[in-house]
Each structure stands twice: as structure tokens, then as C-alpha cells.
Design a protein around this ligand. Sequence first.
Ligand SMILES: [Zn+2]
Length: 325
Amino acid sequence: MAKNSKRTRQPLTEEERAARRERDRKLAQDAVQQLTSTDGWKAWLKTRGAFRAYSLNNQLLIALQRPDATRVAGLKRWLSLGYCVRKGERSLLIWQPVPPNTKQLKQWRDAGADPATKPRTRFKLGPVFAREQVDPLPAPAQPAPLDPPIADLTGEDLADAWAPLTDLAATLGVTVTTTDAIPGDGRYTPALKTIEIARDISVNQQVVALTHELAHALVREDRRDDDPTLTYAREELVAESVAYIVARGLGFDPAANSIPYLAAYSEQTGPDAWQQIAALTDRLAARIENALHTEPGQPGSSAAAVPAITPTSDAHPHGREAIAA
Ligand SMILES: [Zn+2]
């Protein structure tokens, strides 16, 4: 049985609790630290594509502990989906909500039910397993299908995405046109508020190019006070990362090689700044995903085949749970 899922009725000693807090703190710190390397950023991007409904903190924890993971769920959840965790597999830890128990709620009600002191849901690190660690249960169990469809980059099945994306551009005051007059796949011109997309590429490639240019537009037009200031190289990294995330959500497996990591990483920055850049990337991708109505579990979403695995308690908004200080 996996180590982290060991059940114990014995309350932890003070020492054990301190050790666990230290472990949690270190894990959370390492999860953010990984963003400071190109490989760590890649691992997060890949994870973000598959775990879009998870908070940034949990995406980072999964990327750190199991960068190949495409789904995670607790033991019981896997059983209800028709899978069992293989013997000897070690769990990974992610933040999970711990709602107040009935006793706490009763005490609060008995004390006058003051809204200001209502017991709140806390988060603690709890064990989950990746789909790579489970096997389908034998019949009569009917394991839920887990593989999202993979779309062809040269195809036209994303034609429906064009209208919602141009609508999103319109809400930013940006006009989208197709043209033969640009060198690459797409171009955003802030001064004119225009996005031009190449006419001679496939529809699916046009959609990917449009998400890239939309990310550039959102960086400027959807700016928040606490957003990091981006150099040219970093804005390019954000735009390409957003396009990558959205494409994966739409069922592609785009090449991550085109992402201009090197230039962005040649500029020295600490983990906090990278976490801010990741949070911005995550938010802009979510904005485009929401425009496409590919909520987790909807057709077109990477989670389409397994809506039930996405824990609703960990849905948007992102980053809700605090990393334990
Ligand atoms: Zn760009």
C-alpha cells in the first residue's frame, strides 16, 4: 500500500505534526522553485494542459512529483471509475480541501452562528494517484474511458473555435482578419488593435495562431495591477505557452519545442517572479478556454472523457488555496 495513503487512527504526535509541516513546506517551495528552469517550466506547461481545472499550486505540485501525469484521483475515486491502484505505487501529494466537520459546525451554531467566526474549509496535502499508476478492474467493472481524442493539426475540426475567439478579440476592441501579407502564422499590432492570421495555413493551425496572438492582446488589454511587467522575450514565452495550453485542451499534442524558452530564461529572475509569470499564463489561458466554452468535461476539453475525475472542490478560481506558510 502506498506510503502516503496509510490510514491511522492514532492522532499524530507534536513531533510528527512538525515533521509533516516541514515536509509540506519543502514540497510547496520546490514546486515553485521548478519554474526557474526551462525543464521545470516545460513540465508545468504539460501538466497545465491536462490539469486546467486545478489551481496553479496543485499544477505545480503534480508537475514536480509526476510530470508524466495526465489524470490524478484518490484511491476511492479510482475505484468508482473502474480502476485500481497498482500494488506498490507511491502516491503524490496535492492540496485537498478539508471542510469543517459536523462537530465544529455544531459548536459554531451553538455559540450563536456568527458569520465572522464560521469554521472554514482548510487545505492540506493529501494523497492521489496518477492514471499511469492504475489498472482497469476486471469485468463486470466498466472502466471509464480516459483517453481524450487527439486532433490533427492539419485538419479543420477546430473551425467552430474561430467565432468565439474572434468574439473574445472584439471584446478587447481588437479586429481579426486573415491575410496573405504576413511572414509568419500571425501578427498582433497593438497600435492598430488588429490581429492578422495567415490565410495559407490549415484551419486548425489558424486557431492555434489566433490563441497566440490573443494572448499578446490580453497581456495588454486585460492587464491587472499585480501582473508582472514582461520583457519582449517573456511576453513571447507567455503567448506561446498560452497557445500550447489551449491547443492541448482542444485535443492537440503541439510541439513544445517551438516555445522560446532560452531567451526568456537568459534573464535572471527568482522563483517568485516566475510564479507570477506562470499565474499570468494560467489566467490568460483560462480566459481563452472559457471563451471556447471548453469547461472541463465538455466536448473539446482535454478532460472530456473523464469529467468526474476533476474534483469540483478544486475548480476555478485558480490559486484559491494558500500554500501553508
Ligand atoms: Zn508572439
